[in-house]
Design a protein around this ligand. Structure first.
Ligand SMILES: NC(=O)c1ccc[n+]([C@@H]2O[C@H](COP(=O)([O-])OP(=O)(O)OC[C@H]3O[C@@H](n4cnc5c(N)ncnc54)[C@H](OP(=O)(O)O)[C@@H]3O)[C@@H](O)[C@H]2O)c1
Length: 421
């Protein structure tokens, strides 16, 4: 009868793990931690509000009585800051604090495994074109010329802590790609941003839903990660003895593209594909919207491999380019767009903070990076993982949940035109 502690339990990955554990009868007790929001009440859940930026002894006091007997820790806490140094320090420190809390509160004797959720920054996708498909054995991008990466330091923290504790517990690290799931007001949420963009666009003017990003992105290949499938993976990896002390890519198992997914999104919301999706070619403005173009100052991640693959000197910052024909950050601030959102919000009784917390800049990056982003799932498969979900099905399932939870307007009503706007 395994027991779990989930940190970041209200976030995109943590929330899905909590929901998955709720449905598994053999998991009898789940302790959930987060900083500000609450997990929905459930008989097997005890929720404690803690700030992992505080001192570990005060946190240990808050969870005393609940944390003893916990066997599996799912670490999904995440805090983003505009200053990369702050993001680095705070995310490393929160994990160190959690480990210290486990030690101070007498939880070590029962602890079996810590599952740490990270992501594809492992491979430097935020810096520009990576080598791909990405494999877990790929070298870390550390030292000159690479920027600091908190994922590496978190993994080092975990490896060292397990050693210090005499390997009485083991660890697993997951590398999910862009996560399709449900959370409120979090830092990176592609499904909510897409659902908002599509529902407002279909209700405006001619109902066209142009792809905001770049043509090259539209034609590129990508992998995605369903939060639900990732949760299933985390629980599988927690209990699989051979998975101990290993890192795993976790994606849906298919390879998809925006030019496959976008027409389905448009269809779901009853909108129209513009007759010419990219009237200005690869870049440029669409109608009266401003185009947006950015280049990362860093070398693209593939530079790490250029010698090994016989392409030395081939790659430069031009392989980091991000173009979008519609700047969604500015689009979301346009008076007619905001007014339409307000109408939809009022008509369907939607949560008021949804619009202001939507992660437009994150969506921009995913829709506008001009390279494919494909991950290998071979390692997990060799360890016996067989999970799979179709990426569009993952989007549909997530949109349905976001609609039920009053975060997105109901697409069916927008589609049928039965709403009053
Ligand atoms: N989102 C994506 O698409 C994506 C894709 C790939 C990888 N990842 C990675 O996955 C990991 C988890 O990210 P996520 O997107 O699931 O996170 P998220 O949705 O932003 O949720 C963050 C969670 O951490 C909690 N938290 C933040 N600061 C805290 C603090 N000081 N003390 C205690 N709890 C705190 C939040 O609690 P409250 O909300 O209650 O304050 C929330 O539950 C990160 O490493 C991220 O980089 C994310």
């Amino acid at each position: 009868m395994p027991t779990a502690l989930v940190t970041g339990a209200t976030g995109l990955s943590g929330n899905a793990i909590v929901r998955h554990l709720q449905g598994l009868p053999e998991w009898t007790r789940v302790l959930t931690l987060s900083r500000s929001r609450q997990v929905s009440p459930h008989p097997k859940i005890t929720h404690v509000t803690v700030d992992l930026c505080e001192a570990s002894d005060s946190i240990a006091d808050s969870v005393k009585g609940q944390i003893q007997g916990i066997e599996y820790v799912f670490y999904c806490a995440y805090l983003a800051d505009p200053d990369p140094d702050v993001t680095f320090n705070v995310n490393v420190q929160m994990l160190q604090t959690l480990i210290s809390v486990l030690r101070r509160s007498g939880a070590l004797p029962s602890l079996k495994r810590i599952i740490l959720v990270t992501g594809l920054k492992q491979y430097g996708v935020q810096l520009g074109q990576p080598k791909q498909p990405m494999h877990e054995a790929d070298p870390w991008l550390e030292g000159e010329p690479w920027p600091k990466n908190f994922y590496y330091e978190q993994q080092r923290t975990l490896i060292n802590a397990a050693r210090e504790d005499g390997d009485s517990w083991s660890w697993v690290v997951t590398y999910p790609q862009d996560i399709i799931g449900v959370a409120r007001g979090n830092f990176m949420n592609i499904a909510t941003a897409l659902g908002l963009y599509a529902s407002v666009s279909t209700s405006l003017g001619q109902g066209e839903i142009p792809f905001p990003g770049a043509k090259k992105t539209y034609l590129a290949f990508n992998s995605w990660t369903s939060a639900r499938l990732h949760a299933e993976f985390c629980v599988w990896a927690a209990l699989k003895p051979e998975a101990g002390n290993q890192g795993f890519n976790v994606t849906n198992g298919d390879t998809e593209s925006w030019h496959n997914l976008w027409p389905r999104l448009v269809e779901r919301y009853g909108g129209k594909i513009p007759p010419v999706m990219f009237p200005h070619g690869d870049t440029g403005s669409f109608g009266d919207f401003e185009a947006w173009h950015s280049v990362s100052q860093f070398q693209p991640a593939i530079v790490k491999h250029e010698e090994a693959i016989g392409l030395k000197g081939e790659f430069s910052t031009r392989h980091n380019e991000v173009h979008q024909q519609i700047d969604t950050v500015k689009w979301a601030q346009r008076p007619e767009v905001r007014a339409k959102w307000e109408e939809l919000r009022e008509e369907f009784g939607l949560e008021s903070e949804t619009w202001d917390k939507a992660t437009w800049r994150f969506a921009t990056f995913l829709l506008s990076r001009e390279f494919s982003c494909v991950v290998s799932m071979s390692k997990a498969r060799k360890f016996g993982w067989t999970g799979y979900v179709d990426t569009w099905d993952a989007f549909e399932e997530t949109f349905d949940t976001l609609e039920r939870e009053g975060i997105l307007p109901p697409a069916q009503k927008l589609k049928r035109g039965t709403h009053r706007i």
